[in-house]
Design a binder for this molecule. Structure first.
Ligand SMILES: [Cu+2]
Length: 371
């Protein structure tokens, strides 16, 4: 049973007032605590997005304890092609943090480490979990500390997680990079609206991130010496609600060129898309969302054949598409200003045979007939 001192708890909850009712002071096991000692344990090796950890789509066997480790990394990151640099706050060094995958009924057992050379306190709020501010009230770790949290995955779907250390530090840490996603698969796998199984050949995790980099009097972005130096200016920029950058996977162009996602004609691809702070409108140019769990809940049947879908700020959604044509696809937010001018654009390079029936150029560009 986790134990939280009053002092730690208040630090973790910050200005959020309604949480005193969940203060836990007893060191004895709750009568509702399940005995998980007999459950098998599997260690999930987390990977940098857009890759996802190895996982079974249909659960083999009963509930498991899925062990994962997140290490907080406070580090400088360049976020665009102009060399704009921020003091990023990250889980495991990537923006977004890694995708965690489990099945409904499994337990996720997280070890959260805050190395001693960090400067700030951090915690984690799992939207997929139940209780204690999503775990935020039980996980505040100062530099040099670690904590272990176990939660049961009772809701199937895609969910974000994020740091939430209290007050203004909640949005500040989230827009500095401290967010990621969990996918809780139904034990029997995904199903379409008719209840037929859906299987995917590959999966990608696209984490969308809004940054608010302050500008100096000359209009240029400001680079700060230390992680705390820019907090005041950044909070001021955040309050304009106007991001300087909206990007996928931590920087402009992270998922284009050599970083582009890949697939083959005939392959079915699952795209998980998270936005921890702000709304987004994913669209696959030249393709569709064959099956879309726009709100992320796998308890609900997916929508079919969508053009553009909507990811609410503070959520993750999932879309599945079977590629039918080769070529370069743009996967972007269809606020095209955010996509093209601010950075929220990715590419999917698809190899395979062109299908003339689906599209053909009947005559190439040339002079207008009779002109
Ligand atoms: Cu944090």
């Amino acid at each position: 049973m986790s134990k939280v001192s009053r002092r730690t708890f208040l630090e973790a909850s910050g200005s959020l007032a309604a949480v005193s009712a969940v203060t836990r002071t007893s060191a004895t096991a709750s009568p509702t605590q399940a005995d998980v000692s007999g459950l098998p344990r599997v260690r999930q090796r987390l990977v940098d997005p857009p890759l996802v950890p190895d996982h079974a789509q249909v659960a083999d066997g009963g509930a498991k304890i899925v062990e994962v480790e997140l290490v907080v990394e406070e580090a400088r990151r360049v976020i665009d092609d102009d060399g704009t640099e921020i003091h990023a706050l990250t889980f495991n060094g990537s923006i977004p943090g890694p995708l965690i995958v489990c099945h409904e009924g499994d337990y996720v057992e997280l070890t959260l480490k805050n190395p001693p050379d960090n400067r700030m306190a951090h915690n984690i709020d799992f939207h997929a979990s139940t209780g204690a501010l999503g775990g935020g009230a039980l996980t505040l770790v100062r530099p040099g500390e670690q904590v272990v949290l176990r939660w049961k995955a009772v809701k199937p779907g895609t969910f974000i997680y994020h740091c939430a250390p209290g007050g203004s530090m909640i949005p500040f840490h989230v827009v500095s990079g401290m967010n990621g996603a969990v996918m809780v698969l139904p034990r029997t796998g995904l199903r379409d609206g008719d209840g037929s199984p859906i299987r995917y050949d590959r999966a990608y995790y696209v984490g969308e991130q809004d940054f608010y980099v302050p500008r100096g009097p000359d209009g240029d972005y400001v680079t700060y010496d230390g992680p705390a130096d820019g907090i005041g200016d950044t909070l001021e920029a955040m309050r304009t609600l106007t991001p300087s950058h909206v990007v996928f996977n931590g920087r402009v162009g992270a998922l284009t060129g050599d970083g582009a996602m890949t697939a083959r004609v005939g392959e079915t691809v699952l795209f998980i898309h998270s936005q921890a702070n702000r709304d987004s409108r994913p669209h696959l140019i030249g393709g569709h969302g064959d099956f879309v769990w726009e709100q992320g809940s796998f308890s609900d049947p997916p929508a079919h054949g969508l053009e553009t879908w909507f990811i609410r700020g503070g959520s993750a959604g999932a879309a599945i598409y079977t590629f039918r044509q080769p070529g370069l696809y743009a996967y972007l937010t269809h606020n095209l200003i955010e996509a093209v001018e601010l950075g929220a654009l990715a590419h999917v390079t698809v190899e395979g045979e062109w299908n003339d029936d689906l599209m053909t150029q009947v005559s190439p560009p040339g002079p207008i007939d009779g002109g």
